[in-house]
Design a protein around this ligand. Structure first.
Ligand SMILES: [Zn+2]
Length: 241
C-alpha cells in the first residue's frame, strides 16, 4: 500500500490534477473538482419534494433528504465516480449530504449492490458516500444489514412502473433493526422505487424510523434526460492523474 501511495504522489507531481468541469488545476486533496465548480451545483429546492413524494407509491419511509439537483455539473461528477473510478468524489458528496442531515441515527445503511454487480464495478458508490457520512456524523455504518439478492437490470431506461417491478423482492434483511432509527443512503433518487423497497424491508424488520437521503435528484425534464444518459460516454475526461 505504501508503494502505491508513493507512486500516486509521484504521478500527482508529474501530472497535476485538473477540475473535470472547468479544467483548472486543483490540489490533490480537491482532486477532480475545484471548490468553485462544486459550489455551483444547485441545491435541491424543497418545492419539488411534493411531486417526488407523490411519485413514490405507498411511501414506507419517514423523511426524505436530498442535497442537490441533477444538473450538468453533478452529472459529470457522478459519471466519473461510477464509471471512471474517481472514488474521491464520494467523499465530497458525503460531506455535502452531512450538511443537511439530523445526526441522531443508530445506523447509516447504503443501498447494497448485488455481488455480481459489485464484482463488475469494483465498488458500491452508495457505500463510499455512506462511509464518509458515517465518519463525519460519527454514526455506525450498517452496510451488512441489507443484502441485494436479485441481480436487477440497470434502471436508467425504465419507467416508474418498470422500476417498481424491477426492484420488488430484490432486497432482504440480514441483520437486527428492531426499534432502530435508520438512515438509508443512495447516490441518486429518481422514482424512489429502490429506496422505498429498502425502507419497506427495514420497516418490516421492525425498524422504528427509516429516513432516506440521496445526493441528488433530477428536478426538470432536461435533468431527467441527463440522468438517463449517465450510462453514455464520459462527458468530460480528466486530463491526467
Ligand atoms: Zn472547476
Amino acid at each position: 500500500m505504501k508503494k502505491f501511495a508513493l507512486l500516486t504522489n509521484i504521478l500527482d507531481f508529474i501530472f497535476p490534477n485538473y477540475c473535470l468541469i472547468c479544467e483548472n488545476s486543483v490540489p490533490a486533496d480537491k482532486k477532480y473538482v475545484c471548490p468553485d465548480c462544486f459550489n455551483k451545483i444547485p441545491d435541491f429546492d424543497q418545492k419539488h419534494l411534493p411531486v417526488l413524494l407523490k411519485r413514490i407509491n405507498h411511501p414506507c419511509f419517514d423523511e426524505l433528504f436530498i442535497r442537490f439537483q441533477f444538473d450538468p455539473h453533478f452529472r459529470v461528477l457522478i459519471h466519473h465516480l461510477k464509471y471512471a473510478r474517481c472514488t474521491q468524489i464520494a467523499q465530497y458528496f458525503g460531506a455535502a449530504l452531512a450538511d443537511i442531515l439530523p445526526g441522531n441515527y443508530d445506523h447509516i445503511v447504503p443501498i447494497p449492490l448485488h455481488r455480481a454487480k459489485l464484482k463488475e464495478r469494483g465498488f458500491n458508490q452508495s457505500l463510499l458516500i455512506a462511509r464518509e457520512l458515517s465518519r463525519i456524523m460519527d454514526i455506525p455504518l450498517g452496510n451488512t444489514l441489507l443484502e441485494r439478492i436479485h441481480y436487477t437490470k440497470t434502471q436508467t431506461h425504465l419507467n416508474r412502473k418498470e422500476r417498481l417491478q424491477n426492484v420488488a423482492g430484490a432486497f432482504q434483511l440480514v441483520g437486527v433493526v428492531r426499534g432502530k432509527k435508520i438512515l438509508l443512503i443512495d447516490d441518486v433518487i429518481t422514482t424512489g422505487a429502490t429506496l422505498n423497497t429498502c425502507a419497506a424491508v427495514l420497516k418490516n424488520g421492525g425498524a422504528r424510523v427509516v429516513d432516506l437521503a440521496a445526493v441528488a435528484t433530477p428536478t426538470t425534464l432536461l435533468q431527467e434526460q441527463l440522468e438517463r444518459d449517465v450510462n453514455g460516454d464520459l462527458v468530460s475526461l480528466q486530463k491526467s492523474g
